[in-house]
Design a protein around this ligand. Structure first.
Ligand code: BZD
Length: 841
């Protein structure tokens, strides 16, 4: 428009545009401007935190430019877009990642030094965006990085929690939780879009009317609306101008307060509705792999999917394409069952609002959605009581009953007279009260369902979703093995290793094609290379040792074997088994002669991870680890051959320090319980070996890196049911080594043993559901093999190199390409080309 009445104006706009690949000076000028204008500070009044803010705002300006260009290019082309619906995005810090992806790391690093700061200190000021629990949330973050890097036209949709996952501190060895008020200072990584507001309704009533064609239709009139306000988080790709968006919704009351109550002097009542509205996005639920049936959680889910779908439908309508084209323009991926109501909401929009026939609408819905399952643990399966849904979302509940009716009719037609099959497949659990089984709804409403590693995808087909495979056929059920972004998890977290790899490979192409790491194999017998490789690991271990000293006061020897288990604390992950084996080791060390001790490999056993605040047993595991640490670390008689550390408040930025520093990391879930695991991939990519069970992605890592480079142990998944049966119905003998360790705890060796009774009871009264006693012997043998192997430093270095070299498969780029090609059917849009084409027009 401007160009029409003032063609010269465009030159000015171009001249003063935010620079894209700016140099040191343009950075510095922007930095100083932000210090004075944005932060209202000066050279006399600036600390590291302000320097971080000024740098972040400078980067933000550049991100916005790319973000805009990307949206414009997408609008130009009108491609099919993919929408990733995730209740969690565990992004961690953004500055370092943005600098890297924008290619500004060096110039800005120098620029900030000239101004009197160290980039390292500046980066360290940033608080983590911790809007997630663990693997599922971090996976969403890695996938956004890959979607951006691979130029896909993609959006993430989530919630902007005021409080992220709680901060963990330790008091007398017990976990205590503190609120994570991460928005305390301004957040430069979000763009508030106060103009993008959507009204969301709950409750109300449904009425019927007859339309012009004489058909009976439903109309839902909700109660008081709550506003969803958009906050956009730009996600820049690596080595591309593509910059995609995560749209996070924040809840706000439509009316600030109730004037009637206000005028009556009832102030609390007057603001009650406001507070209730704001509560919806106030806090992330801190449970992983466990269903907590809180009404507020259900409200979060609907609030989020309703806002997201309204936004998606509005964007689709701008294309002016017929509604039947919806699945050609839109692919929606459901990250677990949390967004399953989106299926119902889209059906409601199409039938009630757009006036489509049920069957036509349903075809559009099922062609649009695909569903990823992340667990087979029964306690994690989401189900919501019908009465609660009826009261919160009356129209949606009707639609769910209709979806179920038509679905079961089609089952009945194919398998007449199989009443049990109908009951097993039903979306409604016929208990009192009735429940809606969200996984069933997600399967019925999607055209593709996938697990997250080979074993897991096979298990869901043969166990929890077996009947659905029988009805729908095999093609609907796929595997998409998880992946991680090598940009954050190698290049950023392990700069020294990244530099060494780049030097050897001659360029940084491996960051976009991780299979290129294979070329490292030719150096496994090069002594100079091996030496440098080992030196990098050593310096990463020293970095972690410093961090441990700072956080816990414990001194550890960085020449010892670093043995690490960091992940959410959960019984199925068996941190309990790990600490029991540490006690076993400790007792052996005490019995040794000084000469024998000299010959053993010294170990530092490192733990980290949060327990859900209501998960009593998991919290006792943390306490036991700390109690054992107290005794072991003080015991001079074992001469520094063993140290035990619990690193508090494990999160993404702490992981970036821990992951590059492992010699061994442990992934020791009961076979069949860990769907995939992703930290296993991070450790191996950084040249750390694995001690693991035959579970999740461990199996595929084993396949890729080879037998000699991994320590696997324990019973296989297909034995688990029989073993559990044996515990339940026969008095299974406990492994004697395990028994001895438990006796040691009960003797009071690690403090008041009464504390640990409920924990030990899980193995006895609890029938050892996670099979610690069945795997303990082979676990100890595997530990011995680790010690033996570590003695040969040269062989170990070789294993470490081969680990990294063979991890190409586990890049999230590979995973995203698979999703794009075999589920979403979306194509990359090269933003830069589109822009240039447009300029030449
Ligand atoms: O998802 C995890 C699985 O346990 C891992 O095996 C897998 O690698 C990752 C990614 O696929 N699941 C979770 O992290 N789940 C949750 O965090 C969660 C959160 C809320 C509710 C239910 C589960």
């Amino acid at each position: 428009e401007i160009a029409k009445w003032n063609p010269k104006a465009l030159d000015l706009w171009e001249k003063f545009a935010v620079p894209e690949n700016d140099d040191k000076e343009s950075f510095q000028s922007s930095f100083v401007r932000h210090v004075t204008s944005t932060l209202a500070r000066s050279v006399y009044n600036i600390d590291n935190f302000s320097a971080y803010q000024a740098t972040a705002h400078t980067v933000r300006d550049r991100l916005i430019k790319r973000w805009n260009d990307t949206q414009q290019a997408h609008a130009e082309v009108g491609p099919k877009r993919v929408y990733y619906l995730s209740l969690e995005f565990l992004l961690g810090r953004s500055l370092d990642n943005a600098l890297l992806n924008l290619g500004l790391k060096e110039s800005y690093g120098e620029g900030v030094e000239d101004l009197g700061f160290r980039m390292e200190d500046v980066l360290d000021q940033e608080v983590d965006a911790a809007l997630g629990n663990g693997g599922l949330g971090r996976l969403a973050a890695c996938y956004m990085d890959s979607l951006a890097t691979l130029d896909y036209p993609a959006w993430g949709y989530g919630l902007r929690y005021t409080y992220g996952i709680f901060q963990q501190r330790l008091n007398d060895g017990f976990q205590v939780e503190f609120p994570d008020y991460w928005l305390n200072f301004d957040n430069p990584w979000e763009l508030p879009r106060l103009d993008v507001v959507i009204d969301i309704y709950f409750g109300g009533s449904v009425s019927k009317y007859t339309d012009n064609n004489g058909r009976v239709r439903a109309i839902w009139e909700g109660g008081e609306p709550i506003q969803a306000v958009a906050y956009d988080v730009p996600i820049p790709g690596y080595g591309t101008k593509n910059c995609i968006n995560i749209r996070l919704w924040s809840s706000k009351p439509k009316r600030k307060f109730d004037l009637k109550h206000f005028n009556e002097g009832q102030y609390e009542k007057a603001v009650q509705a406001q507070m209730e509205a704001e509560n919806i996005t106030a806090v992330l639920y801190p449970n992983d792999n466990h269903m907590v049936g809180k009404e507020l959680r259900l409200k979060q889910q609907y609030f989020w999917v309703a806002a997201s779908l309204a936004d998606i439908v509005r964007r689709f309508k701008k294309s002016e394409k017929p509604i039947s084209d919806f699945p050609k323009q839109v692919a929606i991926q459901l990250n677990d069952t949390h967004p399953t109501l989106a299926i119902v909401e889209l059906q409601r929009i199409l039938v009630d609002v757009e006036g489509l026939e049920w069957d036509d609408a349903w075809d559009i819905v099922t062609d649009t959605f695909a569903f990823t399952n992340h667990t087979i643990l029964p306690e994690a399966m989401e189900k919501w009581p019908v009465p609660v849904l009826t009261y919160l979302l009356p129209r949606h509940m009707q639609i769910i009953f209709d979806i179920n009716l038509f679905f079961l009719q089609s089952v009945e037609k194919k398998y007449p007279d199989d009443r049990d099959l109908l009951a097993r497949l039903s979306i409604i659990e016929e208990s009192s009260p009735q429940f809606v089984r969200m996984a069933h709804l997600a399967i019925v409403g999607s055209h593709r369902v996938n697990g997250v590693a080979e074993l897991h995808s096979n298990l869901i087909k043969t166990t929890i979703f077996k009947d659905f495979v029988k009805f729908f056929g095999q093609e609907k059920f796929q595997n998409k093995t998880n992946g991680i972004t090598p940009r954050r998890w190698l290049h950023q977290a392990n700069p020294k290793l990244s530099d060494l790899i780049t030097e050897k490979l001659g360029n940084k192409d491996w960051l976009k094609d991780l299979f290129k790491l294979k070329q490292l194999e030719k150096y496994v017998d090069d002594p100079d290379f091996k030496k440098r490789w080992v030196a990098v690991k050593g310096s990463n271990k020293a970095r972690l040792a410093d961090y441990i000293k700072k956080q816990t006061g414990i001194s550890v020897n960085s020449n010892a074997l670093f043995d690490i288990q960091v992940k959410r604390i959960h019984e199925y992950k068996r941190q309990f088994m790990n600490i029991l084996s540490v006690i076993h080791r400790y007792n052996l060390l005490k019995k040794m002669t000084p000469k024998q001790r000299k010959e053993t490999v010294p170990r530092v056993v490192i733990f980290g991870g949060k327990a859900a605040p209501g998960y009593y047993i998991a919290k006792l595991v943390i306490k036991l680890i700390n109690s054992v640490a107290d005794v072991v670390n003080k015991d001079l008689s074992i001469e520094d051959t063993l140290k035990v550390v619990f690193i508090p408040d494990y999160n993404v930025s702490v992981a970036e320090i821990i992951v590059p520093a492992s010699d061994i990391s442990q992934h020791i879930s009961t076979a069949g319980t860990e769907a995939s695991g992703t930290s296993n991939m991070k450790f191996v990519l950084n040249g750390g070996l694995i001690l693991g069970t035959v579970d999740g992605a461990n199996i595929e890592i084993h396949e890729e890196i080879g037998d000699e480079n991994i320590f696997m142990f324990g019973n296989l998944a297909d034995k688990v049911e029989d073993l559990r049966h044996a515990h339940r119905y026969r008095n299974k003998q406990m492994d004697p080594a395990l028994k001895a360790v438990l006796d040691d705890i009960e003797s009071g060796h690690f403090g008041d043993p009464r504390i640990f009774v409920p924990l030990i009871n899980t193995l006895t009264i609890g029938k050892d559901y996670y099979l610690l006693s069945d795997d303990f012997g082979s676990y100890l043998r595997a530990q011995d093999m680790v010690d033996e192997a570590y003695k040969d430093k040269d062989e170990w270095a070789k294993k470490s190199i081969l680990c990294t070299a063979r991890m190409g498969k586990f890049s999230s780029d590979r995973a995203i390409k698979e999703y794009a090609e075999s589920i979403w059917n979306v194509e990359p849009i090269p933003v830069e080309e589109v822009r240039e084409h447009k300029l030449h027009e």
